[in-house]
Design a protein around this ligand. Structure first.
Ligand SMILES: C=CC1=C(C)c2cc3[nH]c(cc4nc(cc5[nH]c(cc1n2)c(C)c5CCC(=O)O)C(CCC(=O)O)=C4C)c(C)c3C=C
Ligand code: FE2
Length: 427
């Protein structure tokens, strides 16, 4: 196990769980993982407060995996991301369901800071260990794992998953926006998993082990590492800055604002379909930022582009970051004016994107940008109209380009240890 104490003491480095040699008895697979999850669930109750939030504030702690909504949406945004989109290669519905059950059990363990299955070492010498081992000794690090289902899962060839009639109306394919230069190899996916953590090794370990568990049933389509969150769900904390040096996330939906979450982020039971109640829709966009061009741009132009000042982050004509913007005092092309709810029929979304750098572009420039992630109750009312307005007129377009895109239906939370990711979809 990685850490059972949740204290500041050094974590256990044995790399296994306490369970005896279960694999010798029941073999590798869902049964073993489910048993592991049951053990972890019992421990979790003992370690957490009744509201489940006891440990969510500090960097090494665990964020509760079970709940009405998936963790990783309204919960605090840790500083590191590993996001992966997968194609499902499982032959049929039963194979997909078993994958989701196996993943859920492993996710419950890893978010508790525990190793998968029987752990990284100490098991059968003849078999590869259940856990890959690189997170042994590391704390839970506020790891959250959030799953989503892409449109292509519902349109699989021959309807092999039996999901043709289950696609939510709101899970639309995103239209092509002016200026898009999307790379198919960085777009789409049947499934996605968003792993957020304070420690990058913990996030990478989680995605790697889910991919490993899914061997033969899924293939990674694309993935994205992120650092330096560019939005937060905790407005009382210092607002992070993006790679253009501006405070980003000033007017985000707060994780504690239940009215705004209910109105703008969670799918209501009335909206349907039933299996999405309490879920959300995620838009992921890889947006390249022309760092070198930006760095040669005057401060005045930079501030005009956003409609906020660079130091304080205050809107044009205002003194403090959180003062209400007066939109008419901003240029009609400014990013904040165009993206503001008052310019978009009240539309809001919960942003929790990350900066990325992926080496160079081969032309002597940094390949860097924003991996934009936004949750909303309906993309037709939020991301699509806002991005339509931005793509037409935003002064920021001179400095950015959208190069990857995906949309996912994010189901509600896993209620308890007997529940699994997406169960309602298959009921
Ligand atoms: C379609 C939605 C959005 C995309 C795409 C987007 C890209 C993008 N944004 C920044 C930097 C900032 N954005 C800011 C505010 C802001 N942006 C969006 C939406 C998209 N941004 C919204 C809804 C808002 C909030 C508007 C409001 O209510 O006032 C800001 C200002 C600070 C803040 O409020 O967060 C910055 C800075 C970049 C660099 C970027 C693409 C690379
Ligand atoms: Fe923005």
């Amino acid at each position: 196990m990685r850490d059972e104490t949740h204290s500041d003491e050094p974590a256990d480095t044995t790399g296994g769980t306490r369970a005896p040699s279960r694999r010798a008895v029941i073999g590798w697979g869902g049964a073993g993982l489910a048993l592991g999850a049951a053990v972890a669930g019992t421990t979790a109750v003992a370690l957490r407060g009744t509201d489940g939030t006891e440990s969510a504030g500090s960097a090494g702690a665990a964020v509760p995996f079970h709940g009405a909504h998936q963790a990783g949406i309204a919960t605090a945004v840790p500083d590191r991301l590993h996001f992966a989109a997968f194609d499902v290669t499982a032959k049929d519905r039963a194979g997909l369901i078993q994958l989701l059950k196996d993943w859920t059990a492993a996710a419950a363990l890893m978010t508790e800071g525990r190793a998968v299955g029987e752990g990284a070492f100490g098991g059968l010498p003849e078999a590869p260990p259940d856990d890959t081992g690189e997170a042994v000794g590391l704390r839970p690090s506020r790891l959250t794992l959030t799953i989503g289902f892409g449109p292509s899962l519902f349109t699989a060839e021959g309807d092999r998953f039996g999901l043709a009639g289950r696609r939510p109306e709101a899970l639309v394919d995103l239209p092509k926006f002016p200026g898009d230069n999307l790379d198919p190899a960085r777009s789409g996916g049947d499934l996605c998993v968003q792993a957020c953590a304070d420690d990058p090794q913990v996030a990478v370990h989680a995605i790697r082990n889910l991919a490993r568990i899914g061997f033969g049933r899924i293939a990674i389509r694309w993935s994205q590492l992120g650092f330096g969150k560019t939005s937060s769900t905790t407005p009382d904390a210092q607002t992070p800055r993006n790679l253009f040096g501006f405070k980003d996330g000033t007017r985000n939906v707060a994780g504690t604002d239940t009215a705004a979450l209910d109105r703008h982020v969670w799918v209501s039971p009335e909206a349907g379909p039933d299996w999405m109640a309490g879920g959300s829709y995620l838009v992921a966009r890889r947006i390249a930022m022309r760092i070198e061009t930006w760095d040669r741009t005057s401060l005045k132009e930079q501030e005009d582009v956003f409609g906020r000042d660079k130091g304080e982050g205050a809107a044009v004509g205002k003194a403090r970051e959180h003062d209400e913007p007066f939109l008419k005092s901003m240029l009609p092309t400014s990013h904040v004016r165009l993206a503001h709810p008052d310019s978009n029929g009240g539309a809001r979304m919960l942003r929790r994107g990350y900066s990325y750098t992926d080496g160079t572009d081969g032309l002597g420039r940094l390949d860097a940008g924003l991996f934009f992630l936004a949750y909303q109750h309906d993309v037709r009312e939020a991301f699509i109209p806002v991005q339509r307005a931005l793509s037409r007129a935003d002064a920021l377009n001179e400095y950015i380009q959208h190069v990857g895109s995906a949309v996912f239906a994010v189901p509600p939370g896993v209620r308890d240890k007997d529940d699994w990711w997406g169960r309602e979809l298959f009921s």
